[in-house]
Design a protein around this ligand. Structure first.
Ligand code: ACO
Length: 322
């Protein structure tokens, strides 16, 4: 049996930092409200001419270097994002070409904030099926280009960034289990109201921005993140006490705390980046992983549970030995 295992990680955050104090000057809010209600203290924002693929390329270079591989080793690129540069060609082809990776399988998928977990799960299946030997997996997003900067309910939440990993075959896990789920009955609680086949001409105008029913999203998120984590542990016969790290989607500190409490996992075992990154959607989990690997918290062979939840709703988890 072939398993897949992460061989390297990387992240990229845009230079521009927007603090809560900066937001006080833009909308009717206070730095204290944002910190206590969301946990966010600062977020990085793309420059106007900076795209999601720009961020992917930088994060990927670091992950490739960390894994000690050659560009020609990579035979698949998969990117989870809801904010690609173009409708087509897909962003993975742009990133493959810009990095100088020889022609290979390259595609993107969209599962909102669960995009990286969906992408990593897909890469795991390709490796297990012996269809790929070295996969560049990225979660990347620039949601700050989609928010209404007059809407204090949403503009304080989001940030931009990209997180990348290299996934390779391994004789031992590696990835132990993946669980994905989705239910479109919740589509009206969190969405962006235009797209390629619907009212595209309104994109980027004041008329459209992210629409979110915050309280309802909060409740379902805590419930689903608890369920998908329990499913991951139970299906693998691993107890929560054996877990070294929980790396949840970084949407709101209170969602993370409520989920950890429900799972009875102490906050000391939870990786938090929401204070520095805000909610970076598909980028949040791989960036948090990279932060914790580079600061020495997540070590080789430790048990790590990553999980995410996003618009759709979509949700998912990956349980792995790093
Ligand atoms: N500054 C000051 N006051 C604010 C702000 C702000 N930035 N935003 C909202 N408020 C006000 C509201 O208008 C409301 O005022 P009112 O009582 O006079 O009507 C009051 O604060 C309380 O609003 P609530 O919605 O009850 O605040 P809540 O404690 O629920 O926090 C929040 C709001 C932060 C949005 C929370 O519900 C949340 O985090 N929900 C989940 C959001 C989320 O995670 N979305 C993404 C998940 S999936 C994905 O990542 C794509």
């Amino acid at each position: 049996m072939t398993y897949s295992r992460i061989a390297g990680t990387g992240r990229y955050l845009p230079e521009k930092i927007l603090t809560n104090a900066d937001l006080e000057k833009i909308v009717d809010t206070t730095a204290e409200w944002i910190k206590t209600r969301t946990g966010v203290e600062r977020r990085h924002c793309c420059a106007p001419d900076q795209t999601t693929s720009d961020m992917c390329v930088e994060a990927a270079k670091i992950a490739i270097d960390d894994a000690g591989i050659n560009l020609s080793d990579i035979d698949m690129v998969v990117i989870g994002t809801t904010t690609p540069d173009l409708i087509f060609p897909n962003i993975a082809t742009l990133v493959q070409h810009r990095l100088g990776i020889p022609a290979c399988i390259a595609f993107s998928l969209e599962a909102a904030c669960t995009g990286f977990i969906y992408a990593l799960t897909t890469a795991d299946k390709f490796i297990k099926a012996d269809e790929a030997k070295c996969v560049l997996v990225i979660g990347a997003e620039c949601l700050t280009k989609l928010v209404d900067w007059n809407d204090r309910n949403t503009c304080v939440l989001f940030g931009d960034g990209a997180g990348a990993v290299i996934l390779k075959p391994s004789e031992k896990p590696g990835i132990i289990s993946c669980h994905l789920g989705a239910d479109g009955q919740y589509k009206d609680l969190l969405y962006y109201p235009v797209g390629p086949s619907k009212d595209l001409h309104k994109a980027g105008t004041d008329e459209v921005a992210i629409i979110m029913a915050g309280k309802e999203v909060f409740k379902v998120a805590v419930n689903m993140l608890g369920k998908v984590a329990t499913q991951a542990l139970e299906s693998s016969g691993i107890s929560k006490d054996e877990l070294d790290w929980l790396i949840p989607h970084q949407a709101n500190i209170r969602i993370i705390q409520a989920t950890a409490k429900r799972l009875k996992i102490p906050m000391e075992k939870v990786v938090l980046t929401v204070q520095d990154h805000g909610n970076t959607s598909a980028a949040s989990v791989p960036m948090a992983l990279d932060v914790a690997v580079r600061d020495g918290r997540v070590k080789r062979d430790q048990l790590v549970l990553m999980e995410a939840f996003g618009g759709g709703f979509t949700w998912g988890s990956v349980l792995m030995r790093f």
